[in-house]
Design a protein around this ligand. Structure first.
Ligand code: PEP
Length: 253
């Protein structure tokens, strides 16, 4: 079975004390993960090393929420993939809609970030997804296909297999409005068909595709039970220990 992932995206939340106590409340819970399951915490940059040390004992992983599209040099305020690699970070979110919208990250910039992650052995969690106007026009498939084509289609099959994709409809992020399990399944199946068209069905079948957009303890099981939904990228609900623990437990066994 493909890897099933519960990924927490803390965004720009929590001071150090809050971060430590949230993590320790989750780590206290004895959750027996199946072999194909993984739990990832995308924590703010200042907590990466500390959090990485803490979660390793539980077999969980840490992600950065972003990285630079430049290798190194005079880019004040940026964090390179090489730096992340050097402190043992294994995953990096690339192209979250908040980065695309507020920091004007284009598909070309995201392509560069994906390449740098792969070069340094980090797994990019590549986010895609449409805004409400696009869904209302009924052009969400074309839009998402364009994001995949422009940022990922230059990769070889071997490289693609090292990527996780997160489908996050923007209209469902932080709004409390979740895609229905049917809407999520339709888009995930579409994304998989786009991957299959380019790299073949066997490759497409190996790629983990997460759903993100107001995942909560109360809807996780239904969303994750869809055949092409391989877990979730979770914002708000990941800041609450019992909620996130329940979401981890809702992963496919
Ligand atoms: C996200 O930030 O990736 C996200 C999906 O947020 P939320 O779960 O709060 O909608």
């Amino acid at each position: 079975m493909r890897q099933q992932i519960a990924a927490a995206n803390w965004k720009m939340n929590l001071g150090l004390d809050g971060a430590k106590s949230l993590l320790s409340d989750i780590l206290k819970e004895d959750i027996a993960l199946a072999e194909q399951q993984q739990v990832i915490f995308a924590v703010p940059f200042p907590y990466l090393m500390l959090a990485n040390e803490q979660v390793q004992k539980a077999g969980y992983a840490i992600a950065a929420q972003n990285c630079s599209n430049k290798k190194s040099g005079a880019y004040t305020g940026e964090t390179s993939v090489e730096m992340l690699q050097s402190i043992g970070i294994r995953y990096c979110i690339v192209g979250h809609s908040e980065r695309r919208e507020y920091y004007h990250e284009t598909n070309q910039i995201l392509k560069e970030k994906v390449d740098l992650c792969l070069e340094q052995g980090l797994v990019p969690i590549f986010c895609c997804g449409e805004a409400l106007e696009i869904r209302e026009k009924g052009t969400e498939n074309d839009f998402v296909r364009g994001q995949l084509e422009e940022s990922l289609f230059h990769l070889t099959a071997e490289q693609l297999k090292k990527i996780v994709i997160a489908y996050e409809p923007i209209w469902a992020i932080g709004t409390g409005k979740t895609a229905t399990a049917e809407q999520a399944q339709q888009m995930h199946a579409f994304i998989r068909s786009v991957l299959a068209g380019k790299w073949g069905q066997n490759v497409a079948d190996d790629i983990t595709i997460l759903y993100g957009g107001s995942v909560k303890a109360s809807n996780a099981q239904e969303l994750f039970s869809s055949p092409d939904v391989d877990g979730g990228l979770v914002g708000g609900a990941s800041l609450n220990a019992p909620e996130f623990i329940a979401i981890i437990k809702a992963l496919k066994k």
